[in-house]
Structures are given as structure tokens and as C-alpha cells.
Design a protein around this ligand. Structure first.
Ligand SMILES: Nc1ncnc2c1ncn2[C@@H]1O[C@H](COP(=O)(O)OP(=O)(O)OP(=O)(O)O)[C@@H](O)[C@H]1O
Ligand SMILES: [Mg+2]
Length: 244
């Protein structure tokens, strides 16, 4: 069997909430192959964003380990972590714009990496349907536009692993459809995508596999038809506070 692109073993995260320590991730085991689109679903508070942040190496685990393309990130030095981070990009649930133009926002990561390629910025803006936005003031964009700029900011880096936290949550159906199209085209380019979503249609349409998180545990992992065909999982989801 070929080596997994991402191998997560017994990943745990404990965080302080006021006076107490709370287990947010309670031992996640998961492998992801290169080029796969994996959807993370589960009720609000189940740990999706926390898991994405761990995979994106933005935050260290309390226990367990992540092996990224054959290299263990547990105990890796800053240099190895930086190298790995440069092969990934994450789009956050709440997009944050830096002060300045759209061009400045989208090219930010490229500049950090010592590049500034106007053509790449243009093509990333085109991909998210915002061609010609370069000179716009990022602070004046609508929520949906900001979300698409955040995606452009990730695409411009041409990551091997793209982490998306609710990529279409604030978008109108037409914009959401165009983002779905982008995700599909990434998959055809063998880019690995892990996305947290509350949108079951999006899951069915885009995901090769779906991972269901519940209370910090991975309770089900399989193809969309397997997961959505599982009565118990569907019942658990409907019982959750927001029905996913
Ligand atoms: N740094 C932290 N310190 C303390 N508690 C945290 C921290 N990060 C997350 N939590 C808590 O852990 C739980 C999981 O949070 P997380 O953001 O991963 O959920 P989620 O599945 O992404 O939810 P949503 O669907 O609402 O985005 C929540 O109860 C949250 O309040
Ligand atoms: Mg979240």
C-alpha cells in the first residue's frame, strides 16, 4: 500500500476553559491519501475547526501525532514545521482581511515566501469570480467577497494540501456553486482538500470520504453514501443542537 499523505494517530487536544481543562479532541485516528477530498462534518462544537488547525500545524496537539507526507510533525523542529506549512494553506471559518488592497491581501503569502507574482494573483481572483478586484479596499468588501478573497489567498500559494473551514457558509447559492466547482477542479489536479462543512449536499457532491466528528471523537468514516446511509449516524446528527 502506498504511503498515506496524512496519517493522524490518537490525536488529542485539551484546552483550558475558565477553571477547567476540557478534552476537545479525544484520540482521532485518520489517514488521508493524496488527491482526496475529505469532508469533516459534525455538530457545532464537535471539534472540526480544532482538528483543521492541528492538521494545518497552527497549533500543537496535547497527545498523538501527525505524519505529513512521511515526516512526523511530533517533535519536528521549526524548520521542518515551516517546510510542511509551506505546502499547505488554510481558509478560516471567519475570514480576516489585512488592511489595504485586495491585491495586497491575496499576494500576502507569496510575499512571505519571497515571491510576488501578479499573474498568479490575477488567476486566483479569476478562479473565485472576482477578476478586477485588485485595487479594491479589502475592508469595504462584503462578507461573501471576503470569503472568496480568503480562498484566493490560499489558492495563490498552490498548496498541496488545502484546509477549508466552512468554505461556502456565507455565500449565496450561485457563489457557493462556483466555489464547489473550484474544489472539484483542485481534486482533479491531485490537490488534497480537507473541508469542514455543515452542507450535506456539498458533502455528497464533492467528498470522496466523509468523517463524522461527535464530541471530539471520529464516530464514522466512509464514502458519502455509506455515512449518510448509516441510520445511527443520521439519528445522532439530528439529535445534535443544530441538526448539523
Ligand atoms: N483554544 C480553545 N480553548 C478552549 N476551548 C476551545 C478552544 N478551541 C475550541 N474550543 C472549544 O472546543 C470545542 C470545539 O470547537 P471547534 O471550534 O473545533 O468546533 P467546530 O466543530 O468547528 O464547531 P462549529 O461547527 O461551530 O464551527 C468548542 O466547545 C469550543 O468552544
Ligand atoms: Mg468550526
Amino acid at each position: 500500500m502506498r504511503m498515506a499523505f496524512l496519517e493522524i494517530t490518537d490525536l488529542r487536544k485539551t484546552a483550558r476553559q475558565g477553571q477547567s481543562l476540557v478534552d476537545i479532541l479525544k484520540g482521532i485516528n485518520l489517514t488521508v491519501q493524496r488527491g482526496e477530498v475529505l469532508a469533516l462534518i459534525g455538530p457545532t462544537g464537535s471539534g472540526k475547526t480544532t482538528l483543521l488547525r492541528q492538521i494545518g500545524l497552527l497549533d500543537g496537539p496535547t497527545g498523538g501525532r501527525i505524519i505529513f507526507d512521511g515526516v512526523s510533525m511530533a517533535g519536528a523542529g521549526e524548520r521542518a514545521l515551516l517546510q510542511a506549512r509551506r505546502r499547505m494553506a488554510m481558509v478560516f471559518q471567519k475570514p480576516v482581511m489585512f488592511r489595504g488592497s485586495v491585491q495586497g491581501n491575496v499576494s500576502f503569502g507569496l510575499k512571505v515566501r519571497g515571491r510576488n507574482d501578479g499573474e498568479r494573483v490575477r488567476s486566483a481572483l479569476h478562479a473565485v469570480g472576482l477578476s478586477g478586484y485588485e485595487e479594491r479596499d479589502a475592508a469595504t468588501l462584503s462578507g461573501g467577497e471576503m470569503q472568496r478573497i480568503a480562498l484566493a489567498r490560499a489558492l495563490v500559494l498552490q498548496p498541496e494540501l488545502l484546509l477549508l473551514d466552512e468554505p461556502t457558509a456565507n455565500l449565496d447559492p450561485k457563489s457557493a456553486k462556483s466555489i464547489d466547482g473550484i474544489i472539484q477542479s483542485l481534486a482533479s489536479e491531485n490537490i488534497t482538500v480537507i473541508m469542514a462543512t455543515h452542507n450535506m449536499q456539498q458533502c455528497r457532491k464533492l467528498a470522496d470520504r466523509v468523517a463524522v466528528l461527535l464530541g471530539g471523537r471520529l464516530v464514522k468514516l466512509g464514502r458519502p453514501d455509506e455515512v449518510f446511509g448509516d441510520r445511527e449516524v443520521c439519528d445522532q446528527m439530528l439529535c445534535s443542537s443544530d441538526g448539523i
